[in-house]
Design a protein around this ligand. Structure first.
Ligand code: AMP
Length: 440
């Protein structure tokens, strides 16, 4: 299956090409055709499966069939649980609809409402919103939904968890009955089923395998380590026997460059691949990695999405991703096709909440390894910072520490994981990206 077979309009095909997508993901294969036909749809899919494009592409196509009116009104409303997701979904609509002259805006709380009200007054075609602020604006008479043609609920189960169900019902009551409704959810609890049956008309239901599968085959472990010792610990890990081909993940491009530089300073050759590198630089780095000329690749998440390299022995999370699905994608780079693989995470005090989110989605705790005893001393720590317990590396095994899980530490209950800033690297917009085979 390729994207041409959907019959999407030329500007959308062009935007897909610019993103470097070559093959539709399973949720896209299943969801795009019925959405193009105008059917209501329930999509059971997690973040990371390509679900945003699965609804944004066909909806943009349908909106594009009617030329924009002089007086623009909201034609597509997307409801999302968090502002980070709202921003990301709005970005996707902008990216994929780049050449379509459709206007979109994003609406969420925690910031001044004036720019949002102004955008609505000026006129938008697509509105991506968190329920609370949207209701506020509606109640002030600043937003009207009586021209909505397509209503999309994204991450419906998360909206339910966050207590948005009453708000959603009040918003839906203001949207015309005659509309197309799409509901995406990672899980289908009873309340979401009930909501779906009250809101959707004769929906098509599609689902894709949860991304958490990879988590079952990869040997995972975590070190609880202060931020200031991560680089030293990484060096020690990479010097262990058996670490033949490792990908080190950082959250940011800048972080990836810094790690590469510091590894270079201790004699470990590594290359970074991330969005700021040209396609040629990335290809060169990948080639050297595949040929075994370098055994360490340092990557940001966006660059790593389409990586398909065999025999990766270790995935090392230098920073814990703030999206649990990203963790699962990262560790899915190893242990492919029945091979054994190890995923080692370096978790500092501020990342405990992210780790807990990950453990929730993979439905098991990640075994904790004791820190090796010969890490350098840290400068004095601020009060409350976790003091690592040190032990020697045990010998052998992919996972280090001889497979022993070490003293498992309780998780920090005072985490600050939720409401986390900057959800995931959106990769920015626009530029030509290298072709990405999709990992699904
Ligand atoms: P989502 O599940 O919508 O959060 O998407 C996850 C990631 O997959 C995003 O970074 C998208 O840019 C990327 N993506 C979506 N569709 C494709 C595709 N067909 N091929 C490669 N990457 C894709």
């Amino acid at each position: 299956m390729n994207f041409e077979q959907f019959g999407l309009s030329a500007p959308i095909q062009h935007a897909i090409g610019m993103q470097g997508y070559t093959t539709p993901t399973p949720i896209q294969v299943k969801a795009i055709p019925p959405i193009l036909e105008g059917r209501d749809l329930i999509g059971i899919a997690q973040t990371g499966t390509g679900k945003t494009a699965a609804f944004a592409l066909p909806v943009l196509h349908r909106l594009g069939l009617v030329p924009p009116r002089h007086q623009r009104n909201v034609r597509c409303l997307v409801l999302t649980p968090t502002r980070e997701l709202a921003a990301q979904v709005a970005d996707s609509f902008k990216t994929y609809g780049n050449n379509q002259h459709l206007r979109s805006t994003v609406i969420f709380g925690g910031v001044g409402q004036n720019p949002q009200a102004q955008a609505l007054r000026t006129g938008v075609d697509i509105c991506v919103a968190c329920p609370g602020r949207l209701l506020d604006l509606i109640q002030q008479g600043l937003c009207k939904l009586d021209t909505v043609e397509v209503l999309i609920l994204d991450e419906a189960d998360r909206m339910l968890d966050m207590g948005f169900l009453p708000d959603i019902k009040r918003i839906v009551a203001r949207v015309p009955q005659k509309r197309q409704t799409l509901l995406f959810s990672a899980t289908m609890p009873r309340e979401i089923r009930e909501l779906a049956s009250s809101m959707l008309h004769d929906p098509v239901e599609v689902s894709v395998t949860p991304v958490s599968c990879a988590a079952e085959t990869v040997d995972q472990s975590v070190y609880h380590v202060p931020k200031g010792l991560k680089q030293a610990l990484l060096t020690q890990i990479l010097k262990q026997p058996g670490v033949d081909r490792a990908i080190v993940f950082t959250r940011t491009k800048h972080g990836a460059d810094k790690v590469v530089k510091k590894l270079g300073a201790v004699g470990i050759r590594a290359e970074a691949i991330h969005g700021n590198k040209s396609q040629n630089q990335r290809l060169r780095a990948l080639d050297a990695f595949k040929k075994g000329q370098i055994r360490v690749l340092v990557a940001s998440d966006i660059a790593a999405r389409g990586l398909d390299i065999d025999d990766i022995t270790h995935v090392i999370n230098f920073e814990i991703p703030n999206e649990p699905e990203t963790y699962v994608h990262r560790i899915g780079r190893t242990g492919r096709a029945g091979a054994s693989g190890a995923a080692v995470s370096l978790c500092d005090g501020e990342e405990r909440g992210f780790l807990r989110d990950i453990e929730r989605i993979i439905r098991k705790p990640v075994p904790v390894l004791p820190l090796p005893g010969d890490l350098p001393q840290l400068p004095p720590e601020p009060p409350g910072e976790f003091r690592p317990q040190r032990q020697g590396f045990g010998g052998g095994g992919r996972r280090f520490g001889g497979g022993g899980h070490g003293p498992s530490r309780p998780h920090d209950p005072h985490r600050s994981g939720h409401g986390n800033p900057g959800r995931r690297n959106s990769g920015g917009g626009g530029g030509q990206r290298p072709s990405r085979s999709n990992p699904w």
